[in-house]
Design a protein around this ligand. Structure first.
Ligand code: SAM
Length: 277
């Protein structure tokens, strides 16, 4: 049996013409915007963006592809191709002072979570406004899942603390060359961090969420006990409105934040940092 080789750098290039237009359309009016494209590849989306936005910065890890695009867009000063790793890029340095940028990308799927975390940090720092991102369907389903449904978990809670998420459309493997093994879904994220509104500090609450979702089959109390909190402390601080057997997967962000605030107030969690593992 012949083994199918995974393309390097997650290179599955979009070849569906309607899809590449639909992805760019999802950013809305970008005529006055700076847009950062992650992984332009052979330029399927880049070509459309270049004609629509005020300024385009495209970051490509593959040296040969970056060179190909630099040559192709040489006569278009609004387009800047950077050869580099998005995860090492300093987005603050790319976004013009006192502006925000939009982000777009048919993501390299092997680093989707890392890119999302980087974008959430950039959203919190006020650097980016919205993002249109294509990712593996299963991951997109987790990012956009509502509490109580099967796919809801740490990734959903973290994403939804940072952005309003819209799931736009799904593409079959045949939309790409070479075709990946999975379906792909395009999400739109409007960055709108909720930490201040919910009265929690970002670092502490993000860490608390990791503890709450540590093991899917455990109740929230058991996950927190495994993270080092005593039964007595937890039951003294437990909000009356929250069932003792609740699982993190069933709770909306508001009661999770309420629990965190109560635990902080009653001194069960150290202020500003939840470090117990
Ligand atoms: N945008 C193109 C398209 O839609 O056809 C290519 C998409 S392909 C799924 C992902 C692209 O991301 C590839 O061109 C790959 O070389 C690039 N890439 C992979 N890892 C990267 C990284 N760490 N930083 C920047 N680009 C990366």
């Amino acid at each position: 049996m012949q083994m199918k080789r995974k393309p390097k750098f997650g290179q599955n290039f979009l070849v569906d013409d309607a899809a590449r237009h639909a992805i760019v359309d999802a950013l809305g009016d970008i005529s006055k915007r700076t847009v950062i494209e992650i992984g332009p590849g052979h330029g399927a989306i880049t070509e459309i963006l270049a004609g629509r936005c005020r300024r385009l910065i495209a970051l490509e890890l593959d040296r040969a592809l970056a060179a190909e695009l630099t040559f192709r867009f040489r006569g278009q000063p609004q387009v800047q191709i950077i050869e580099g790793d998005i995860l090492k890029a300093d987005l603050r340095a790319l976004v013009p002072e006192s502006e925000t940028a939009d982000v777009i990308g048919n993501l390299p799927y092997y680093i989707t979570s890392e890119i999302l975390l980087q974008l959430f940090a950039a959203g919190s720092a006020g650097l980016i406004d919205r993002a249109v991102l294509m990712m593996q369907r299963e991951v997109a389903d987790r990012v956009s899942a509502a509490p109580g449904v099967r796919d809801y978990g740490l990734l959903s809670a973290t994403a939804q603390m940072n952005a309003d998420v819209d799931s736009l459309f799904t593409l079959p493997p045949a939309a790409f060359s070479p075709p990946p093994d999975v379906y792909s879904t395009v999400l739109r994220l409007q960055f709108a961090p909720r930490f201040a509104e919910l009265g929690v500090d970002a670092a502490g609450f993000n860490n608390f969420l990791k503890q709450c979702f540590a093991q899917k089959r455990k109740t929230l109390q058991n996950n927190l006990r495994a993270a080092g909190y005593s039964v007595e402390e937890l039951s003294a601080a437990w909000p009356a409105s929250m069932p003792a057997q609740a699982r993190a997967e069933s709770l909306a962000l508001e009661p999770m934040a309420e629990l965190y605030r109560t635990l902080l107030r009653t001194g069960v969690l150290p202020s500003g940092a939840v470090t117990a593992q």
